[in-house]
Design a protein around this ligand. Structure first.
Ligand code: HEC
Length: 150
């Protein structure tokens, strides 16, 4: 192989490695540019019932669930923290509006229903009704909205 070709190959390899390194960093847990995975088709079109993001009653029900007072088996705060500040390393910081603000209804519903494979985040669809999942989502989202529904 000609030296120039070998050189271009090495440059190409370096570019690929560098790019790979960066895209891994994109998954970092705080701030910056984060790539949000796409929710599977079955979830992508899910929408929270009209008005629930801001419905105080819905948010209050969600708080009961989130903090483990309504259902002993469900306690999001145990990992995600009472105010959305994670207590378990690796749990998503719900106060981070840069990231949380990018999640669609369907994305939220998918993650809470199915969990995140190979992490401590299990799916909750066996423990929560669809209505309860939306309630807990509505509450979880308030942490990135200055504590209010929006
Ligand atoms: C046992 C600890 C634990 C509990 C309990 C828990 N989570 Fe999680 N959760 C995690 C961890 C860890 C992650 C981060 C997974 C990853 O992406 O690496 C996570 C991720 C998430 C995500 C997705 C974040 C993202 O970046 O896509 C959402 C949404 C979420 N949790 C909501 C909830 C809700 C709502 C509850 C309660 C019903 C809950 N979690 C209970 C540990 C937990």
């Amino acid at each position: 192989m000609k030296p120039e070709r070998l050189f271009s190959l090495i440059v190409l390899l370096m570019v690929v490695l560098f790019w790979g390194g960066c895209s891994k960093r994109e998954g970092a847990k705080t701030g910056g540019e984060v790539k949000i995975p796409v929710a599977p088709a079955a979830y992508a079109d899910k929408h929270i019932p009209e008005g629930w993001w801001t419905d105080e009653k819905v948010i209050a029900e969600g708080k009961e669930l989130y903090e483990g007072r309504k259902n002993m088996d469900v306690n999001c705060a145990a990992c995600h923290g009472m105010g959305g500040l994670p207590v378990l390393t690796g749990a998503r910081d719900f106060r981070d509006a840069l990231i949380v603000g990018k999640w669609s209804d369907g994305y939220w519903f998918w993650r809470v229903s199915e969990g995140v494979p190979d992490t401590a985040m299990t799916g909750w669809k066996e423990k929560l009704s669809e209505e309860e999942i939306w309630q807990v989502i509505a509450y979880s989202r308030t942490f990135s909205q200055g504590g209010k529904g929006q």
